[in-house]
Design a protein around this ligand. Structure first.
Ligand SMILES: [Zn+2]
Length: 307
């Protein structure tokens, strides 16, 4: 089916206590693995493209691959910009047919973050495209920070409420204890903070840097307002392991499909695993609506509806 926006999906997820997986892709094999796994699991899915992926594949190519994959599937698929760094990039993605945007102003001052997020929300909302913003800073693995410094970068519930009031954003990425690009899996989320933020804003919350978080902590976070979970590193790892595995099996082959095919399978397995962990499996019926109460999805840009 055609791409859908993330608005209804995330609101539904927050209400029903599951999270929509938002998986990063850079190439055809990753796009196929993500959409095929979600389709087989009957889960709604967000395919997200980072600035790096756009530089690597090209904007039209990145968007085009996801649109084709969505058209072959019978689940709602969203094309999302991950960590858009400026206003112009968001406009370019809007024009290229993205059905969900993000502006990451977490490195800016509160005022600057508000100003640009607001501007993007205004333009995107004209064509019914929702915007994710980020408040507080999800740190990078490798950032040399003390525990106190990390704590100080976390999202403040009152500030989040004020931010929402001023920007009108649709979902909010929060810094609640996860770390970007972490390879071990022992980070613990501050569930209490998630709960306090959600009570104040009542819009779907987004978890970045999930690859390093303990599973129990993720399940608890979903109960308390996290409705979109980004997964990148965990899939990239699987992709590279798959390439090595395929290469080891066919060391003399010059056919790239021997390695890339295995990589695609390994990514697919991990997407499936995450979808089940996020409790989004089995939510979508054969006709593409939600299982229990079929809903119409708003078609991007047209303002119309389609099943
Ligand atoms: Zn992120």
């Amino acid at each position: 089916m055609p791409l859908v926006t993330s608005k209804q999906l995330l609101e539904r997820a927050a209400q029903d206590h599951f999270a929509v997986g938002a998986f990063n892709a850079n190439n055809m094999e990753q796009v196929q693995a993500i959409v095929e796994a979600a389709n087989e699991e009957r889960a709604p899915v967000i395919l997200q493209v980072s600035q790096g992926a756009i530089r690597y594949a090209g904007l039209d190519f990145a968007a085009g691959m996801v649109k084709i994959a969505a058209s072959l599937a019978s689940i709602p698929v969203v094309l999302h910009l991950d960590h858009g760094t400026d206003y112009e990039q968001n406009v370019r993605c809007l024009h290229a047919g993205f059905t969900s945007l993000m502006f990451d102003g977490s490195k800016l001052s509160f005022e600057q973050n508000v100003a640009i997020t607001k501007k993007i929300s205004e333009i995107a909302h004209i064509v019914n495209i929702p915007v994710e913003a980020e408040l507080g800073r999800v740190v990078q693995s490798g950032d040399k920070l003390t525990k106190e410094q990390v704590e100080a970068l976390m999202t403040d519930p009152d500030e989040a409420a004020e931010f929402l009031r001023q920007t009108g954003c649709d979902s909010l990425a929060v810094a609640v204890g996860s770390v970007h690009a972490m390879l071990s899996r022992d980070a613990e989320l501050e569930i209490d903070r998630i709960q306090r933020i959600y009570e104040k804003v009542r819009i779907p919350l987004v978890l970045h840097g999930s690859s390093g978080v303990r599973h129990e902590s993720i399940v608890e976070a979903i109960e308390h307002g996290i409705a979109k979970i980004n997964v990148a590193t965990y899939l990239n790892e699987a992709f590279i392991e798959g390439i090595k595995e395929g290469f080891a099996k066919h060391p003399d082959s010059v056919d790239p499909r021997h390695s890339l095919g295995v990589a695609r399978e390994r990514v697919k397995e991990r997407v499936r695993e995450k979808i089940r962990l996020f409790k989004s499996a089995g939510r979508i019926s054969a006709s593409g609506g939600f299982v229990d109460a079929p809903k119409q999805f708003r078609s991007a840009h047209l303002g119309g509806t389609e099943e």
